[in-house]
Design a protein around this ligand. Structure first.
Ligand code: CS2
Length: 488
């Protein structure tokens, strides 16, 4: 590493980067913060912020104030870097690019008042979110008023902790100041993400102030969107490579595959960045896209995560190089999921499946199965159970679809019995059930099926319970040999 490598990436460093490193093509000082982003994690920084980076070269009004709702890590890493960070595009010829779209990074736990000031700032016209499934505090698709964060925010609405609480307090202040609302754009992997967010925000506002709820419902906008790009977590190898190439230390670079897609419903209430000029597909009907992506990419991803982890495999590419697992996931997609995806017009399912499989196989991407395995209680319902419900309603078979669900149960069982806690908001109850499993399919599956927040009404469907017990039994003791035999 050169002598310079000890120095941090920052505004000054931009003048000293190797010429081939792409950097902001606009003057950051001339930009204005027009977007507040809640959940400024790696996915946002590798995806939406990169589109906005391109948009800023066309219109300086849309720089981002990035907010972490829970942790301080991103703020602490990026504040000394003036919000600058490096994006590594993984492909045959890896490329680095320094992104300048984040003009400010706030940690809400310390700087809640500043976050609210931003939300009430007339220049801010768009709030985007990547807070993951659990950040919405939903139960059966509706806002869960029993969730501790929501219960807190109902009591103390001017000092919120949840994303919903921040949005509603920001909107309340705007109404009071006679400012128009901002558009609220969900960028999370949830079906009908904008619709769910609208209902949650309006329901919360309704608890506080009927007029505010009406004002939001009439004047606000909550477009739906579909986001897609595989973004493995940052690791030390990436940090080292970035320092080496840049000649400056970046405390938190991000990486993603070269492929990226963002489909956004064109329904904004207060202007928008020139998204259609930077590769975003603007559409008036995105319902089909988000379902196709969740069912055909995220569901197989979860299948690989749980079945692959049980087999002792570490990454998606390794899982795809394991013949019985690769064969199973292809079958899952082509035979079991495609018939249950009501495709958007012009959608070519076989081509979509082929492209996803090629992305999964990409050996340049070290995407850890353990990362995808997080938050199973939030992911399984939206990725797999909807498909199972549709298949049952149409009288189609569900045995193949139940195998990854059973894989998740076996994974929970294994972690609990090994004393390893899950990265999952339902860790306590899941681990408790996991510890009490006996290996008997009926006993174990029925204990899990009692989790209403996960299985909902599907638990009462005898066909589902039977198929899930069979799949669980087929995975035997969940050992690599047993799983491998079940897939063969
Ligand atoms: C993955 C997604 O971690 C996960 O659960 O399935 O993050 C996936 O990589 C992205 O949705 C791809 O767009």
């Amino acid at each position: 590493m050169t002598e310079q490598a000890a120095k941090r990436l920052d505004t000054e460093a931009l003048h000293h980067l190797p010429a081939y490193i792409q950097r902001p093509a606009y003057d950051r000082a001339d930009t204005r913060i027009g977007i507040v982003h809640l959940g400024v994690g790696a996915f946002h920084r590798a995806h939406q912020a990169v589109y906005i980076e391109d948009a800023l070269a066309l219109d300086p009004d849309w720089a981002i104030s990035g907010v972490s709702l829970n942790s301080r890590d991103v703020r602490d890493a990026l504040a000394p870097q003036d919000g600058l960070y490096t994006l590594a595009l993984l492909g045959e010829t890896p490329q680095l690019r320094v992104i300048g779209a984040l003009r400010e990074v706030l940690a809400a736990r310390d700087e809640g008042a500043r976050v609210l000031d931003r939300l009430a700032d007339a220049d801010v016209r768009l709030v985007t979110l990547t807070i993951t499934e659990k950040g919405y505090c939903l139960s059966a698709g509706e806002l869960d008023f029993a969730h501790p964060d929501i219960a807190h925010d109902v009591l103390y609405p001017t000092t919120p902790v949840s994303a919903i609480g921040y949005l509603v307090e920001g909107l309340r202040r705007r109404k009071e100041q006679r400012l128009p609302p901002f558009t609220v754009l969900s960028c999370d992997n949830l079906p009908d993400n904008g619709g769910k967010l609208r209902r949650a925000v309006v329901a919360f506002a309704q608890r506080l102030d009927h007029d505010l709820a009406c004002w939001i419902a009439e004047n606000g906008a909550f477009p739906r969107s579909m986001v897609d790009s595989i973004t493995p977590a940052t690791d030390d190898a990436l940090r080292a490579r970035v320092a080496d190439e840049l000649g400056f230390v970046d405390a938190w670079p991000v990486q993603r595959e070269a492929y990226t897609q963002w489909v956004v419903e064109d329904a904004f209430c207060n202007g928008r960045p020139p998204l259609e000029r930077v590769g975003v597909a603007m559409s008036n009907d995105i319902a089909g896209y988000d379902r196709a992506k969740l069912r055909l990419l995220n569901a197989p991803h979860s299948a690989l995560a749980y079945l692959g982890s049980l087999m002792g495999i570490e990454t998606v590419a390794q899982a795809m190089a394991t013949p019985e697992l690769a064969r199973f996931v292809e079958r899952l997609m082509r035979e079991a999921i495609v018939p249950n995806v009501a495709a958007p017009q012009g959608f070519d399912a076989p081509r979509y499946v082929e492209a996803i499989l090629a992305r999964f196989r990409n050996p340049a991407i070290q995407h850890r199965l353990s990362q995808i395995a997080w938050d199973g209680s939030q992911k399984i319902p939206v990725r797999l159970l909807g498909t199972i419900g549709d298949a049952l309603a149409a009288g189609r078979p569900i045995d193949v679809l139940c195998l990854p669900v059973a894989g998740w149960l076996q994974f929970v069982r294994r972690q609990a019995r090994n004393g390893v806690s899950l990265v999952d908001p339902m860790n306590d109850v899941l681990s408790q059930i996991g510890r009490r499993t006996t290996g008997d399919a009926t006993h174990d599956v029925d204990a899990f099926l009692a989790l209403d927040a996960v299985f909902g009404s599907l638990a009462g469907d005898g066909r589902f319970a039977t198929a899930l017990r069979d799949a669980y039994a087929a995975l035997g003791d969940g050992s690599p040999e047993a799983v491998s035999a079940a897939l063969a």
